[in-house]
Design a protein around this ligand. Structure first.
Ligand code: NAP
Ligand code: FE
Length: 362
């Protein structure tokens, strides 16, 4: 099964090339961004230029922070409705784009904060345009939105076909301004998505060309982008891999590899991609017996051994930077086991397996 209802324009001047399609969504857009990156990356100016030419009015909502909260989504919803907007443009990393998706659904279905995860109430949407400025989440090609309930510190995603962006304008040049740490963490998020396309019990051979190529692009270009942040070719490779990762999980969804990191992010503020990265090796070891043939194929495609891959990961020197107490592990295992992504593991993962991975981080 293959389904991707998003029109994706990829490459140089993608925003300008999106001109004709942007015109179809209405006359007033809510621009959903964080405080600085939309402007710093150059994406906001490009969008404002095109909107100006099309005489589309822009209302700014720039309050989205990392790991966006349900409250932020409701604030954006109020602004969208108060201004009678017609559509949304999310510009930034996964946080603003996921927020734009959620605002679209809460506004279109008149949902309150406690109904944001209530998929049965999603009947319609407002169109969302995604302009990514990180190369990581692939959210420009997914039906997912990942939000945090500030009150319970619980981070969780929802997935619904109505949350696919209508249009994604993906230009790698917007990632040239990313600092090294965000470049690393976001690339590792993409790598997780691609590997999860192999781990997931919804794995699908149609995706393997994207998965193998995407992993190779990251493996060959991540160090280049870290050492030479302005090297557009390396940025292009990472952006492409991120998009492949998004297309992958839009079909296979994510697994324990993602679930285990959510509480590390919501409680300790470990950036999302880093939270994936610090458990990448133990998760691969856990899954290896179940997906051995496919992982072996991947490594022969990359012309490296699994041990070489682990050395490459070690070289990235990822660490949570916090010591994780046993009480946290006890408290969070039930939340991890209950998370939506756990339905996709290649076999049933036990509480003991999760405990042993988290204990290795302490
Ligand atoms: P992010 O949280 O959107 O942004 C992280 C930081 O990077 C922010 O400080 C942001 O600044 C900055 N930034 C973004 N683009 C930049 C640029 N071009 N130059 C300089 N700084 C820039 O990061 P993200 O990793 O892309 O998104 C993570 C979120 O997406 C998590 O909540 C994760 O769970 C979610 N996610 C969603 C999916 C999905 O399919 N929906 C998949 C995986 C992950 P500003 O605050 O100024 O914008
Ligand atoms: Fe992710």
């Amino acid at each position: 099964m293959h389904y991707l209802p998003t029109r994706i324009i990829y490459g140089e001047n993608a925003v300008r090339k999106g001109f004709v399609y942007l015109n179809r969504f209405g006359k007033k857009a809510l621009l959903v961004t964080g405080k600085t990156s939309a402007r710093q990356s150059g994406a906001l100016d490009d969008i404002l230029n095109v909107l100006n030419q099309l005489k589309i009015e822009a209302v700014s909502f720039d309050s989205v922070t990392e790991n966006p909260t349900l409250e932020t989504v409701m604030e954006g919803t109020d602004l969208f409705l108060a201004n009678n907007c017609d559509f949304l443009i999310g510009i930034g990393g996964g946080s603003p784009i996921d927020s734009a998706k959620a605002i679209s659904l809460t506004a279109a279905n008149q949902l309150g904060k406690n109904e944001i995860y209530d998929l049965a109430k999603f009947k319609q949407n407002y169109p969302v345009v995604a302009v990514p400025t990180t190369a990581g989440t692939g959210t420009e090609a997914t039906q997912f939105s990942v939000l945090t309930d500030a009150a319970t510190q619980k981070k969780a995603g929802f997935g619904h076909d109505l949350a696919f962006p209508a249009l994604s304008l993906v230009d790698p040049k917007y990632t040239l301004s990313l600092p090294a740490n965000i470049t690393l963490h976001t690339a590792i998020d993409s790598l997780s998505h691609l590997l999860e396309g192999i781990y997931s019990n919804q794995r699908n051979p149609l995706l393997y060309p994207l998965i193998f190529k995407g992993v190779q692009l990251i493996y060959s270009n991540l160090y280049k982008a870290l050492h030479n942040p302005l090297l557009l070719m390396a940025r292009d490779a990472l952006m492409c891999a991120s998009l492949y990762g998004g297309i992958t999980i839009s079909h296979t969804s994510t697994t324990l590899q993602h679930s285990i990191g959510y509480p590390l992010t919501s409680v300790y503020g470990v950036p999302h991609g880093l939270a994936n990265g610090i458990v990448m090796q133990p998760i691969m070891e856990l899954y290896y017996p179940a997906v051995k043939a496919d992982l072996d194929d991947l490594f022969s495609y990359l012309r490296i051994s699994r041990a070489d891959f682990f050395l490459w990961l070690d070289g990235l020197q990822m660490s949570a930077g916090v010591s994780i107490p046993p009480e946290f592990i006890d408290a969070k295992i039930p939340e991890i086991l209950a998370s939506r992504n756990m339905a996709n593991n290649p076999f049933e993962v036990t509480a003991d397996a999760i405990r042993s991975i988290l204990e290795q981080l302490s």
